[in-house]
Write a protein that binds this ligand. Structure first.
Ligand code: SF4
Ligand code: SF4
Length: 248
């Protein structure tokens, strides 16, 4: 009885389990989608707010990662930022090695001929800012970069340096009459770069560190131990006497 009865019962039980799993999967699918969509649904029915940009400034959070600002005068063109970039959108060219001058804290050596970022590829992940040994590349607070073609999404920071800028400026901000908040933001960018303007231009040319001041001959003589200075004179003065003594 046992085996035959079990064999007849087993397909029914398996079918019931399959049906239970089937409906359970449907339930879990709907439940997890609703959990995932909860925030989206909340926003779907939230009141819509339209910010009249650019007349009204949008609210930017303190940790916002916008278009970079780059301090070319401190950059040693070591390529660490370009190597850290996951999408290879940083391009650096230089004429020679650069290193930081300890006296001034500024980089010197070869010229930086190109430092560019392709913002059509950039993910604003900030990974490029982490390994920079001189802390000269930062995520900025600019969120607006418009252009008429894809090529204009490649920002040449070396060209910006010639204009005394460290960060790209939206096209519309080049107008003379701007909303108050935009004028303030523009002033803030220009003010930050102004003290370094001369150094920014110098970073575009080759520059050797200033040579150390040469020591004065008198100082050199003073620095020499007495034994090094005196014996020459003594030897010259006593030479004839010594020769005379030897001949006697
Ligand atoms: S890591 Fe810093 S110093 Fe090196 S190339 Fe990039 S920006 Fe310049
Ligand atoms: S923010 Fe990220 S993607 Fe953009 S340049 Fe830096 S490392 Fe590359």
């Amino acid at each position: 009885m046992g085996r035959g009865w079990l064999n007849r019962q087993a397909p029914d039980a398996r079918r019931r389990t399959d049906m239970r799993d089937y409906f359970r999967n449907i339930y879990l699918t709907i439940k997890t989608i609703l959990i995932g969509m909860r925030i989206t649904l909340r926003y779907c029915f939230a009141r819509t707010i339209t910010v009249q940009y650019p007349d009204v400034a949008p609210t930017i959070q303190p940790r916002w990662r916008g278009f970079h600002y780059y301090e070319i005068e401190k950059c040693i063109a070591c390529d660490l930022c370009a190597k850290a970039c996951p999408v290879d959108c940083i391009y650096i060219e230089k004429t020679g090695a650069r290193k930081v001058d300890k006296q001034t804290g500024l980089a010197m050596g070869g010229a930086i001929t190109r430092y560019a970022i392709d913002y059509s590829k950039c993910m604003f992940c900030a990974l490029c800012t982490e390994p920079c040994p001189t802390g000269c590349i930062h995520m900025g607070n600019n969120y607006d970069l418009s252009g008429y073609d894809r090529a204009s999404m490649v920002v040449e920071f070396t060209e910006l340096a010639k204009q005394g800028l460290q960060t790209p400026m939206p096209i519309w901000m080049q107008k003379r009459h701007l909303p108050e908040w935009a004028q303030q933001m523009k002033e803030q960018w220009l003010e930050r770069a102004r003290p370094m303007r001369e150094e920014m231009l110098l970073a575009l040319t080759e520059r050797k560190p200033a040579p150390k001041p040469a020591e004065k001959p008198a100082d050199k003589a003073a620095d020499k131990p007495a034994a090094e200075v005196v014996p020459d004179k003594v030897a010259t003065a006593t030479k004839p006497a010594a020769e005379k003594a030897a001949s006697e």
